[in-house]
Ligand binder design. Sequence first.
Ligand SMILES: CC(=O)N[C@H]1[C@@H](OP(=O)(O)OP(=O)(O)OC[C@H]2O[C@@H](n3ccc(=O)[nH]c3=O)[C@H](O)[C@@H]2O)O[C@H](CO)[C@@H](O)[C@@H]1O
Ligand SMILES: C=C(OP(=O)(O)O)C(=O)O
Length: 446
Amino acid sequence: MTGPDDVLLVHGGTPLEGEIRVRGAKNLVPKAMVAALLGSEPSRLRNVPAIRDVRVVRGLLQLHGVTVQAGEESGELVLDPSKVESANVADIDAHAGSSRIPILFCGPLLHRLGHAFIPGLGGCDIGGRPIDFHFDVLRRFGAVIEKRPEGQYLEAPQRLRGCKIELPYPSVGATEQVLLTAVLAEGVTELRNAAVEPEIEDLICVLQKMGAIITMGLDRTILITGVEKLGGYNHRALPDRLEAASWACAALATEGNVYVRGASQREMMTFLNVFRKVGGAFEVDDHGIRFWHPGGPLNAIALETDVHPGFQTDWQQPLVVALTQAAGLSIVHETVYESRLGFTSALNQMGAHIQLYRECLGGTPCRFGQRNFLHSAVVSGPTKLEGADLVIPDLRGGFSYLIAALAAQGTSRVHGIDLINRGYENFMRKLEGLGAQVELPAAVTV
Ligand SMILES: CC(=O)N[C@H]1[C@@H](OP(=O)(O)OP(=O)(O)OC[C@H]2O[C@@H](n3ccc(=O)[nH]c3=O)[C@H](O)[C@@H]2O)O[C@H](CO)[C@@H](O)[C@@H]1O
Ligand SMILES: C=C(OP(=O)(O)O)C(=O)O
C-alpha cells in the first residue's frame, strides 16, 4: 500500500561509497523456518535478516503453535515446534497475498496435523507464477487437495508415501516442496529435474542436521529416504547472494565503490563473471567482496537468465540498470519469468533506450518464445538518466529503480518503497551509510 510515508526522494549523481553487510538469504531463511515445523525439538537459525518475508513466516508458525523467540546472538531465532496445532482459517487468511512461502507449509503440516490450509500466495508480480507443480507432487505423495473460496485445503488420509517425481521444469519452490514432504514420508522419493540453487543446498543441509537422509546426485536428481522422526537444527543461513549482487550493480551504475561484508564468492561465481565482462571490478577477501567501477566505459553484453548454475533471474533487473551505462547494444533474454522486463518502461522515461521483444533473442529458445511475452530486451547505451516519478512494481524492480534514481541527474520520487522491505534489510540505513542523498518526504514537508 503506498501512502505519503511510502515515498522516497532520491537526489541522484553521487557515487555510492562505503560498506554494507548482507545477512542470511531471503530465499533460504523463511524456508529453514518452515523446516523447523518438521522437528520434535527446538531449532536455532542464525544470520536471520529483519525482512518482511521472515515476519510473515514467523506469524504463520506462531499461529500453528510454534514458539519463535530471539536467541542470544543478533539475528538468531529459536523455533520450538513441540506444540504444533491447527490454526484458525481466518487468521491464516490474514496472510493471504503476503509472500510465496505459505505453499511450503503443506508437507510439514500434513505430517504434523494430517491437514493444512494454505492462503492465496503473494510474491513478485513478474509472471503467472502457477503452483501446479506443487499440487501435482503433493498428490503423488498421497495428499488430497480441495480448492475453497478462501484458499487451498489439504488432507493426508494416510501417512504420505515416497514416490518418483520428474519436474517439468527445475522449479525452486516445487523442489523445496518435495524435500520438505519427502523427509518424513514413508520410503524413498526420487526427484528428477530438481532445482539446485545454493539456497536449496542450504535447505538440504538444514534437513540433514535434523536427521534427514538426502543424496544430491548428478543431473539434477535428488534421492530422499524418509525417516520416522526429525530433531532440531542449529544452522547459520547462507548469505544473500541476490542482495549482494544488487549492491554490486548499485556501485557500478553510480560509479561508486561498495564493500559487501558477508557476500560469498562461491554462490556468486556466475554473477561475478558477468560483472567482470561488463567492466566492473571486484576483489574477494575472507569476509566479503568489494565491488567498484574502475573508470572508463562499461561493455555491452549478451545475457540469458537461467536456473542455477546459470545467471539468476533475480540478478537481472539491477544489472539492466548498469547496462544502460554500457557502450553499445546489450541483449537480455529472460527465460525464467515471462513478464520480468516490464520495469524497463520507467527506465525509458528516465532516458534509457530499452526495446522489448517477444522473440527469444539469446541462443536458447525458451518456454516463452512464439508466445505473447515481451521477454527479451535490447539495451542501447550509454544513456544519461534523468530523475523521474517512479512507482515500484516488484522487489528487484524496486531496488533497480533506486539504483537508476541514484545514477540519474536530478531528483526522483520513488513510490511504494515499503515493498523493498520484503527482501532488503535496513535498505534506507544502508543507502544513507553509503552517502546516498535520500530523504523521506515527511522530513521535507515538515
Ligand atoms: C521465495 C523464493 O525462493 N523465490 C525464488 C524462487 O521462486 P519460485 O520458487 O516461485 O520460482 P520457481 O523456480 O518455482 O519458478 C520458476 C518457473 O517455474 C514456473 N512454475 C513454478 C512452479 C509451478 O508450480 N509451476 C510453474 O510453472 C514459474 O512460473 C516460473 O516460470 O525461485 C525463483 C527462481 O530462481 C526466484 O526468482 C525467486 O526469487
Ligand atoms: C522473485 C523474487 O521473490 P519472490 O519469489 O519471493 O516473489 C525475488 O526475490 O526476486
